[in-house]
Design a protein around this ligand. Structure first.
Ligand SMILES: CC(C)(COP(=O)(O)OP(=O)(O)OC[C@H]1O[C@@H](n2cnc3c(N)ncnc32)[C@H](O)[C@@H]1OP(=O)(O)O)[C@@H](O)C(=O)NCCC(=O)NCCS
Length: 176
């Protein structure tokens, strides 16, 4: 069993998070989002954005990272449901979950996901949603294994000239 440590992300994690963000997207969305868009993603730019967002706490979410051997290997963000119609809607949302491809299948994402649910529970959420691209079978399989299911709501989004189709997944939130 590998030793993973989950903690809140710090501004100093920004650069590592930028690298993971770009690598995870390239892995998940090859053939789904245009090659030119994926090739143009710049890890340094993403890293600086993460650093600023964490420094200023502007995002409105709680950002967690999981470390292995003092290195960030995956990251996630949780918070209130972004599309809620009422401000007091208790639904939470897993805003983002990205692992470094070198850590796929190691359990890092499993560990981080359970910390994400714990955080949502601590924030008072009893259920949560997430959006996943229909053509992202690895992520869909992961979420389904972790107790999420499509709730039938779907939407299209534009990324770098590509239209992607997203499915909404829902899950009960219980402290583990
Ligand atoms: C989604 C993510 C966090 C999951 O972490 P992970 O370590 O890859 O997950 P695991 O290996 O534990 O589980 C993946 C599951 O998909 C399966 N899988 C792997 N590759 C697959 C593929 N190409 N097609 C279908 N299923 C696949 C695995 O067998 C496993 O299922 P199983 O446990 O039933 O065998 C990680 O893959 C990731 O960061 N991906 C890139 C970014 C991303 O897609 N984020 C989610 C956006 S909503």
């Amino acid at each position: 069993m590998m030793a993973f440590v989950v903690r809140q992300a710090l501004p100093s994690d920004g650069a590592a998070m930028g690298q993971i963000h770009v690598a995870a997207w390239r892995s998940a969305y090859v053939g789904v989002i245009s090659d030119s868009y994926l090739e143009g993603l710049d890890a340094t730019t993403f890293g600086l954005r993460w650093e600023a967002s964490l420094r200023e706490s502007t995002g409105g979410s709680t950002v967690l990272v999981v470390m292995r051997d003092d290195r960030v290997v995956a990251m996630c963000a949780v918070g209130p449901f972004r599309d809620r119609a009422e401000p007091d809607d208790p639904t939470g949302e897993l805003w983002m979950l990205n692992a470094d491809p070198s850590s796929f299948g190691t359990g890092a994402a499993v560990k981080l996901h359970s910390a994400a649910l714990q955080t949502l529970a601590e924030q008072g959420h009893r259920s949560a949603v997430l959006w996943v691209v229909d053509r992202n079978p690895r992520a869909r399989r992961f979420y389904e294994r972790e107790g999420w299911a499509a709730d039938g709501v779907e939407r299209d989004a534009e990324f770098g000239g590509s239209t992607i189709h997203e499915l909404r997944y829902v899950r009960q939130v219980t402290a583990i």
